[in-house]
Ligand binder design. Structure first.
Ligand SMILES: Cc1cc2nc3c(=O)[nH]c(=O)nc-3n(C[C@H](O)[C@H](O)[C@H](O)COP(=O)(O)OP(=O)(O)OC[C@H]3O[C@@H](n4cnc5c(N)ncnc54)[C@H](O)[C@@H]3O)c2cc1C
Length: 476
């Protein structure tokens, strides 16, 4: 973790040099001492530190500066770092302003210039303030942070991409966290797009695509060679299985995955029927193990790369990527699985990502703690989803088109659902409409037999209604 920062600000170079020298002499072992010659420069530094989520312990700021006075600067700085200690450097004539700001900006101390000798006039004050700051300080998260709203579909996609690629991140909901909102406004510069992704090196990406994120978090997106013996398209269980065998047989093997290895299985909360895992395994764990295994055996994996076409060039095949690159191979395996089938009802498209989700959306489940959520579908994935959401939500209602679960769901899962008190199953039921201004608020469903329609408040709707094969690249 980077050392917490002490920022000193003064427009007079001599005074600035002198305070920085005194601060370094005593505090550079535990703190990083930074300097700025004006309020504006200081705010730029503060913005950059906040983007990197670095801690600021103390501001030592001159009151009399052109353009921006010390108190004005501290007012702004405090919005970013409310817990940092604030010391104003004043001349005798400024003491009134300093006294006023003790209340208005919660100034911790004003220090009359000069502060010589520092051992008597400076260090005792700062020691006391810094020890107070340290006592309440918890180190900031030093990984990737994603800021957005729960109702922004693009924020959901980015979180989902990171989670499925097993990249840890911290979520900041700007509707609930005013510091995060300020941070976002500071970098958006009028661009109202979400999410904003902050990386530990200070780089900030606004509404990035998967490839940009992949490149930034160190996932491989470019093939290292123009030719492979064996290319696998799709990194679900089928693709990963092929990768393990191709690579272990010594073939130069490349697996290309457009989102995250693990495929659909990677989104499953618990897979109970996979050979070798008697107590079941989470999809994400299975994906991680299979990915590690194929890489260890020598398979190269590209993530966030989509194959758009496969051309024949006998005896070779040419695999074309979305970014127009081409890779040649002797053999191709297309293991692209399926795309989730879309639910066709008014409101669904508009609210997808804003309370309406396809698949398990495991990343979102905890956001609906103690709320009533709905699951559409009656097959195994819907059942597993319902069991998972039941851990967080007060109630889970399954809306099932068929007359019972027995024709579409495994027996063990039906037993689990029946035993779970907060899951309700409504059979012969179809969603006819969803509504809400910026997010899902209500669901209307109908009884297929009586035709009766019911509208109820809903926090989230998870859709699991099967899938269609993903084979456009070899159509025609
Ligand atoms: C929530 C859920 C729970 C499930 N639980 C179980 C269970 O408990 N037991 C069970 O047996 N089955 C379960 N299944 C089904 C199981 O996950 C699938 O049968 C399995 O994942 C299919 O594997 P696959 O590799 O064929 O395809 P997929 O898993 O669909 O993987 C295909 C991959 O190809 C990628 N891809 C697609 N097009 C391209 C392209 N053009 N370029 C590059 N990449 C591409 C996709 O992004 C995807 O990652 C579950 C499914 C879901 C959704």
């Amino acid at each position: 973790m980077a050392k917490p920062v002490i920022i000193s600000v003064d427009d007079e170079p001599q005074v600035l040099n002198s305070i920085v020298r005194d601060l370094r002499q005593k505090y550079s072992k535990d703190y990083r001492i930074m300097r700025a010659g004006s309020g504006k420069e200081a705010l730029d530094i503060i913005g950059q530190l906040k983007n990197r989520n670095e801690a600021v312990a103390l501001f030592v700021v001159d009151q009399r500066m052109p353009q921006m006075e010390g108190t004005e600067l501290l007012t702004e700085a405090r919005k970013f770092y409310p817990d940092a200690k604030k010391v104003l450097l004043t001349a005798y004539a400024d003491t009134e302003a300093a006294i006023t700001s003790i209340n208005s900006i919660e100034l911790d101390y004003y220090l009359l210039k000069p502060w010589d000798p520092p051992e008597e006039l400076l260090y005792p004050v700062l020691d006391d303030l810094l020890s107070d700051w340290q006592a309440n300080f918890s180190p900031p998260y030093d990984g990737i942070r994603v800021a957005g709203t729960l109702w922004s579909a693009t924020s959901h996609n980015v979180k989902d991409f990171l989670a499925r690629n097993r990249v840890p991140y911290q979520w900041m909901d700007i509707e609930l966290d005013s510091e995060a909102q300020l941070l976002v406004e500071n970098v958006q510069k009028g661009k109202k797009q979400l999410p904003v992704v902050f990386f530990p090196d200070g780089e900030v990406l606004i509404n990035p695509n998967y490839q940009e994120i992949a490149a930034k978090v160190g996932l491989k997106t470019e093939a290292s060679a123009p030719y492979y013996d064996f290319i696998i398209i799709g990194g679900g269980p089928a693709g990963l299985g092929a990768a393990v065998y191709g690579a272990s047989e010594g073939l130069k093997t490349l697996l290309i995955e457009k989102e995250a290895t693990g495929g659909q299985a990677g989104t499953s909360s618990r897979i109970e029927n996979y050979l070798g895992f008697p107590r079941g395994i989470s999809g994400s764990d299975l994906a991680r193990r299979a990915t590690d295994q194929s890489v260890r055996l020598g398979c190269e994996i590209l993530t966030a790369q989509e194959v758009t076409n496969v051309k024949l060039d006998p005896p070779y095949k040419v695999v074309c990527l979305k970014d127009n690159k081409e890779i040649t191979t002797k053999a191709v395996l297309i293991a692209t699985g399926v795309t989730l089938r879309e639910l066709n009802a008014p409101g669904i498209q508009r609210l997808t990502g804003a309370g309406v989700y396809y698949g398990a959306a495991l990343t979102e489940a905890s956001n609906y703690k103690d709320q009533h959520v709905f699951v559409v579908g009656g097959a195994n994935s819907a059942g597993q989803g319902a069991m998972y959401f039941a851990r967080f939500s007060s109630k889970v209602t399954m809306l099932v088109r068929g007359g019972s679960l027995t024709t579409s769901m495994s027996h063990y899962l039906i037993d689990q659902i029946e035993a779970q008190e907060n899951i309700e199953v409504l059979t012969n039921t179809e969603v006819v409409e969803v509504s809400g201004e910026n997010r899902l608020e209500k669901i209307t469903y109908s009884d297929n037999i009586s035709g009766e329609k019911v509208t109820v408040p809903a926090a989230a709707l998870y859709i699991f209604i099967g899938a269609v094969p993903h084979t456009e690249m070899v159509e025609g």
